[in-house]
Design a protein around this ligand. Structure first.
Ligand SMILES: C[S@@+](CC[C@H](N)C(=O)[O-])C[C@H]1O[C@@H](n2cnc3c(N)ncnc32)[C@H](O)[C@@H]1O
Length: 193
């Protein structure tokens, strides 16, 4: 067993054990919120983040998306319900897959979930968009994933990426503050055909 395998097993075990509790404590979304008025509930702000990213990515209605690191499926289900997307979600955690498929069934939307590793994803039928929120920090080689991502995308496909990133604008003092990095990381990148 090499270090990478061990690291991924730890991620898988973490989400296998904690996801049912996260769902009970916080709901099915496992990502930050986008606060517009500051008076939103956490759940409203989380929905707003998904809506804002979808708006910035200018996602056409009814397209096929791959939700990489899909958690408990809430984002895919939102995109399927609100944007008519046909969604596939992948995660390392089989517990999350079970929760996500159950939720999609209950909601009656076009979204399905399976266990797969982002680092070895392949597809016969490329997707119209990739969605990856709150996942990049888990990846061992982030650059490699981004470099390989066009092969998962159809011509003109979009990569919607939302995450915490440190920028060159941070001072040394900022960098020493855990959990308060500057952010400028959510948006979409468009890859050439
Ligand atoms: C913080 S959660 C975010 C979940 C979801 N994107 C959301 O916004 O609700 C991180 C997710 O990334 C997944 N993940 C981490 N490393 C992965 C990998 N190598 N391949 C696939 N999924 C991965 C975890 O299993 C988990 O579902």
């Amino acid at each position: 067993m090499n270090d990478v395998t061990t690291y991924k097993e730890r991620i898988r075990d973490f989400y296998d054990v904690l996801s049912p509790h996260f769902r009970d404590w916080w709901g099915e979304h496992l990502h930050d919120g986008f606060y517009v008025t500051g008076r939103e509930t956490k759940a409203e702000a989380q929905d707003q983040l998904v809506a804002e990213l979808a708006r910035r990515a200018d996602l056409p209605v009814g397209v096929r998306g791959l939700d990489v690191g899909c958690g408990m499926g809430a984002t895919s289900i939102w995109l399927a319900r609100e944007r008519g997307a046909s969604m596939t979600g992948v995660t390392l955690s089989s517990v999350q897959v079970g929760l996500a498929n159950e939720l999609a069934r209950r909601e009656g939307v076009d979204a399905s979930f399976r266990v797969a590793d982002a680092d070895t994803l392949e597809t016969i039928e490329p997707y119209d968009f990739l969605w990856m929120v709150g996942v990049l920090g888990h990846l061992d080689d982030q650059r490699a994933f981004i470099d390989r991502s066009p092969r998962l995308l159809a011509d003109g496909g979009r990569f919607v990426l939302g995450d915490w990133v440190a920028t060159g604008e941070l001072t040394d003092r900022d960098r020493r503050r855990p959990g308060r990095p500057g952010t400028r990381g959510s948006g979409s990148l468009r890859f050439p055909a």
